[in-house]
Design a protein around this ligand. Sequence first.
Ligand code: CMP
Length: 299
Amino acid sequence: KRQAISAEPSALDPSQLTDVTLTKKLFFCLFRSSDLIQRALMDNDFMKHLEHGQILTIMDCMRPTSLTKGCCVIQEGDDGSTVYVLEEGMVEVTKEGKKLCSIGPGKVFGELAILYNCTRTATVTALTDIKLWAIDRQDFQTIMMRTGLIKYSQYTDFLRSVPSFQSLAEDVLSKLADALEENRYSDGDYIIRQGATGDTFFIISDGQVKVSQQISANDEEAAVKTLSKGDWFGEQALKGEDVRTASVTAVGDVTCLVIDRESFKQLIGGLDDGSDKQHDSDEVKVKVEISFFFLLISS
Ligand code: CMP
């Protein structure tokens, strides 16, 4: 019986799909629905960190579907093929026959199996007639991957445009771009505090920062210099000295690409690696070239 009424994969059954002809009335419904989908994605613990662009693309790929009261939308243990946003009605979530909770409109469900590549962790049944928005696993994963690739290509383009990084070989730039993460700061935020321990290296990709130093305990912090897009700081950390020698604060909104010592070691390898070894593999060449680069900038 479940097979006959399950929304998976029969959610693709055209007879279950709402007619999406672009009538004026439907246009207004879709407008309202897109707001609901956006809020639902941002409210979900596992998706609230998605970027705005990713959310918009997911919304674009969602299709409406409706199911009647009693339908099994998701069966525990099945392979998951769809992520849902509930627009109207109520569903019940059960695990091994025990009720976990009920879910109402404006919530995402069915995300766990797709995000974690596991089987369905619970059964979801329609308590009333329901209206859903659905996105296929394939589309969802492609959006995630494509956004990652765009970001990677933006980082490599940016690094190529910075004079300090221009002498790096393509493969070294790629490794670096892979390891970078983006941090954002607001006006006045301390990015680094003098005297604190730290192991992060920063490259400014947007905005300005102020570097200031306190010479002795009784002195005020004095501004040393201002750094802007393409400049970097915090290099001491990658050299091995972990006490910060100056404070760095954001001037207006600032975006930095960052890499910490651990990621750097894991992705690139040891900094002191093999300047006298034979460079007979790309891997070793990348390690040596990056090590050399960081020795240069930290000297
Ligand atoms: P997934 O495992 O893909 O399919 C079943 C869904 O039920 C699961 O994703 C979650 O969206 C939802 N779910 C599982 N456990 C709980 C819970 N304890 N509370 C709320 N929702 C849950």
